[in-house]
Design a protein around this ligand. Sequence first.
Ligand code: NAP
Length: 502
Amino acid sequence: MPNHACDILSTDRPASCTLVIFGGSGDLTRRKLIPALYSLYRQNRLPEPFVIVGCSRTIMTDNQYRDKLKAGYENIGLDLSDWDAFSSLLNYYPLTYDLESFSGLREYLVHLDQVNHCRGNRIFDLAVPPSLYPIIADLLGRTSLSEQRNRNNGWTRIVVEKPFGRDLESALALDRILHASFKEEQIFRIDHYLAKETVQNMLIFRFANSIFEPIWNRHHIEYVGIIAAESMGVGSRAGYYEQAGVLRDMFQNHMMQLLVLTAMEPPCRLEAGSVQDEKIKVIRSLRDFHPDQGSRICLGQYGPGTIDGVDVTGYRQEPGVDQHSLVPTFALMELYVDNWRWQDVPFFLVSGKRLPRKKTQIIIQFKEVPHRLFKDVLGETIGANRLIIEIFPEEAIRLTFQTKNPGASICLRSMTMDFTYNEHYQGEPLEAYARVLLDCMNGDHMLFWRQDGIELSWSVLTPILQECEQCCNRDQQLHIYPAGSWGPEAADSRFQKLIHTP
Ligand SMILES: NC(=O)c1ccc[n+]([C@@H]2O[C@H](COP(=O)([O-])OP(=O)(O)OC[C@H]3O[C@@H](n4cnc5c(N)ncnc54)[C@H](OP(=O)(O)O)[C@@H]3O)[C@@H](O)[C@H]2O)c1
């Protein structure tokens, strides 16, 4: 039987509050936020009382808003048996992004507080295009909606979705605007990757077991691979993606966080400040990227191809994409953490769209045995140990090692020890967005980005972006790969060794 030392997630409900979602009519709200809140409702984890207010320019009544959301979930077969009770928490307030509209919102929220006895606690979630972040933060400040009485009562928090700027300069500008109205303790910058069970388990796996930490370093590890592959194309998000590309969309945030969790030193305490401090040290230790080190990065863009037997178009043929676009949809980057533990161990970060399947994993490739005891018998290389932390689609941990094949002759066989979350834990898992929303209600910053981390992360990425976006032979640097392949041939030698287990 597994020994559950404790449930790290408290079953206490957070204090009552109102969650205001700007972009209440949008894709993120419909696909992630409302389903996450609904699942929290079904698990009795939401505050009581709790009020949700969707805000957007579209004119709708409360009932129209509820019905619109419900109709979308009926189409995808979500279990809606508790929807009617849940939907009584849902309200809708149409607004435009100006002072008059926000003054009206303030009156409306005061009214809701009185009716629902929500103690004035409020969360403002920015589920809107990033160009609106500064406008909303400013309007919340000018209408005093950003003010809070104290941390325990009448608190106000703001949730910011990635992207946090598009380079160092714009990240600093966004931060200045947020801080003009909000204190750092009020700001929650979401990276929902951090809330996935296996990602959180990285800390437990590394620091609650004594056997891994002594070998978690340059003496025993050959390289680390971090892969976030998607089979989907750009879909309906071309407008955003044409501005972002894979480096801004995936590397500045998710990939950087996975690297940091793999490489960080043990924090002195399991609390947000200590964990964030250790993460920052890793980003600060990343080796500078010089333009003459072009071989440390490979960029690609998907062309037409086939995925699961279905023909799909190339990126440049997708609706809303410039037919001469040089935006990368694939990147392989080789990074180094210059410190005592990791000196000269390559960290290969790979992410791309329209790859054969969706998978996110961290690979720890150990070194080969120092003395080839069996080389005369086998005359071949013995596969080195590999630890794979699977994040998606399965949440699992796998360790491969060599065993002897039964029989008279000596013949080695690579075996895998497998731990899969779903097989060993019962109960409904908490979806990543549900977890981050709950943590925000509880005021816990552990799974959120801190501003200094964002700035450091952009400091690393901005020179790379400049090199990729401003170099004169940009088109030659971008390798077209067929949709459904594992990226461009130019990345092959490094990527192939990552995706094929020994
Ligand atoms: N979608 C995702 O899976 C996802 C994942 C991670 C992060 N994010 C981030 O979350 C944020 C929201 O994403 P989303 O995909 O939900 O965006 P979206 O659907 O494009 O926009 C959300 C809502 O904002 C309003 N809006 C759009 N353009 C506007 C404009 N120019 N001025 C005023 N209002 C405008 C629209 O509502 P009205 O027309 O009714 O006002 C729209 O329903 C973005 O910053 C995105 O980068 C999204």
